[in-house]
Design a protein around this ligand. Structure first.
Ligand SMILES: C[S@@+](CC[C@H](N)C(=O)[O-])C[C@H]1O[C@@H](n2cnc3c(N)ncnc32)[C@H](O)[C@@H]1O
Length: 256
């Protein structure tokens, strides 16, 4: 899938992000507060939120006192984000663009964030390089996303499952990959965690172009997971269909 397809796919999904389950996932107040605590303590810092979607993270940063620019590939997502900002009377600058070729000046920012989006990026190295380029010395890079375990077979299962659900998925890049890319881009990792979670399954199924046939195939696939993988995938067979979650990655890296 190329960037045009990604844009078209999210263009169709934009209004779905207004529902309460999306707000709970992307706008999770505890998650946003944690990001602010890790990275955005001082008021007035210049922040860029990459792949902002409908703006949950960007608005969270702006509420915390940051001066925020929010970048996304997909105009309908940005329109939703702009409307949300206007509703709260929050000033955020919205920019249409690609995370791999950031249209902002080198050294112009104190913080670059990207939450729950980087698994759509085909070239994470270019994204990290661009993030490092736009940061001023002392600036921070914050990444939070779905990820993969070290086991290649489980990692492949996760990516195949995500791609079956949402063809705009590229890869649940591993924490170790992000750490390596940060180091190559001159960013020093100061925080690296692998939290666990579980999807809200209705929301997970609902977030992309879903047919009954595709949903049934996904459920069969999840039910067939080998018992040895259940712990890594946080599987819950008490739910119907069974719940599961990919590992997460949360990284903060500094430009010295
Ligand atoms: C799940 S949404 C992001 C959620 C958002 N970060 C938040 O905190 O609410 C994924 C977004 O990534 C954007 N996206 C995907 N590939 C991109 C790229 N190469 N450059 C910029 N945005 C991209 C899509 O347009 C979509 O709006």
């Amino acid at each position: 899938m190329n960037l045009e397809d990604v844009r078209a796919s999210f263009g169709r999904q934009a209004s779905f992000y207004a529902n309460p389950q999306s707000a709970a996932l992307f706008g999770d107040p505890a998650g946003l507060a944690r990001m602010v605590e890790l990275c955005a303590g001082a008021p007035g810092i210049r922040a860029l939120d990459v792949a902002t979607g409908t703006g949950f993270t960007a608005l969270g940063l702006a509420r915390a006192g940051c001066r925020v620019t929010a970048l996304d590939l997909t105009r309908p997502m940005l329109l939703e984000a702009r409307a949300a900002a206007r509703k709260e009377n929050i000033g955020v600058e919205f920019v249409e663009g690609d995370s791999h070729r950031c249209p902002l000046r080198s050294g112009s920012l104190d913080l670059v964030t990207c939450r729950l989006a980087a698994h759509h990026f085909p070239d994470p190295a270019a994204f990290v390089r661009e993030s490092a380029r736009v940061l001023a010395p002392g600036g921070r890079f914050y990444l939070f996303d779905i990820s993969s375990p070290e086991d290649d077979t489980i990692a492949r299962w996760i990516d195949d499952t995500e791609t079956l659900r949402d063809p705009s998925h590229v890869s649940c890049w591993r924490g170790a990959t992000w750490e390596r890319l940060c180091a190559s881009a001159g960013l020093r990792v100061v925080h690296s965690e692998r939290p666990k979670w579980r999807y809200v399954m209705d929301h997970w199924f609902g977030r992309s172009d879903m047919t009954a046939e595709k949903r049934a195939r996904l459920i069969e696939r999840i039910k067939a997971v080998p018992s040895g993988w259940r712990e890594v995938l946080s599987m819950d067979f008490a739910q119907d269909p069974p719940g599961f979650g990919t590992p997460l990655v949360e990284i903060v890296a500094m430009r010295d």
